[in-house]
Design a protein around this ligand. Sequence first.
Ligand SMILES: [Zn+2]
Length: 442
Amino acid sequence: MKLLWNEEIETLSAGALTRLESERLQEQLPYNFASSSFYRARFEAAGVKPEEIRSREDLPRLPFMEKSELASSQLDGSLIGVNQCAALEDIVRVQATGGTTGRPMRIALTRRDIADYNEMGARALWAAGCRPGDIVFECMNYNLYAGGLSDHMAFETLGAATIPFGVGNTRNLLEMMTQIDQDVAMWSTPSYAVRLAEVAAQMEINPRDVGLRKGFFSGEAGMQVAGYRERIEDTWGLRSGDLYGAGELGMHCGECEQRDGVHYGATGFVLTELINPETTEPVPFTDGASGEFVYTSIRRQASPLMRMRSHDLMQVFTEACACGRSTFRFRILGRSDDMFIVKGVNVFPLAVQATITGSQPRLTGEFQIILDRPLPIDYAPRILVEVARDVPKHGHAEIIAETEAAIAKNHNFTCAIELVEQGTIATEKKTRRLIRAYLEES
Ligand SMILES: [Zn+2]
């Protein structure tokens, strides 16, 4: 069996990659200009002609775009807003990007856009260990958002036997997995694998007897937190693969067997820049560099993006990987939207997670940070933390004191830990780690 899904593209030399990106950029930008008055206006405002942008180095001459401006442009009643570049007759699917903040942004795909989504997804899933012959329960939400249907199509493209299970019906899922007398795999958020184990316990099923041997996880960054994935793998006796996607690009990045960051899988489809989120200056792609990803479509018909800010902060790795792929790898540092500042200290929920999973098994590792009042955060934010069922009540005060001390020591801020019952935080959907409670009461 082949080693990589697309060996030619995934092992491109740096020079060949630059040529491919430049070639496609020179096709995409004149297309955007010709097809959309919004893009035409952007070029004109910047005083740039599309044919003057020939390579990645020229891109900073163009302004950034924000997801929020595209979403707002749809309020006028248009299908997908100002960046629609394909005729309606060529559009065959409309989805929206999710996200925990802001309103959903509708995106459209042509047949070729869908084929490209599938190709990126198959590269990522292959890297993460999925193979034809795998029986995959697809447990993402089949709705407006890309995680259900689009990812399902990527599994089919790769050749896995894919079961469109969706979310909910957790007991039925366990029954069906158990009833099938072969190893199975699942595609879900990592917190759903935690939730599933809770339900298995209620049904008096030992997770290890279910035959779930591969877990492909995405939608949350917890997999990179020490302790979290090990717990999921131990509970089920499975091997997990970490994947990354963005609603507007599809699932496109997967971790290889080296487990040394997630490989970029959108080569030839999306040109990704790295910028300093504060100054917006380009950051060179050198090993270990960090910054925010900015996306430019270089082969997209219906809803192309042009320098769209992701607000995802990443660290990139460019040294050769032992798996043979030449694509860069990265890990998520956090979302700039999720970052909050307590008395001058920048805090990422993902970093806090590492401290909380460090207190397993007394704590389950599940948590939520609650910001009760708007900025400035000059108070001790509450952190809800699940305490394991078998910890007696008289031990709670000690756990609270220890966890507050560990957070103060590791992250330099004071918090107020509140213990909640095991099984109350992880949900079937994406578990939110940061709740801005002051925005939600109204
Ligand atoms: Zn690799």
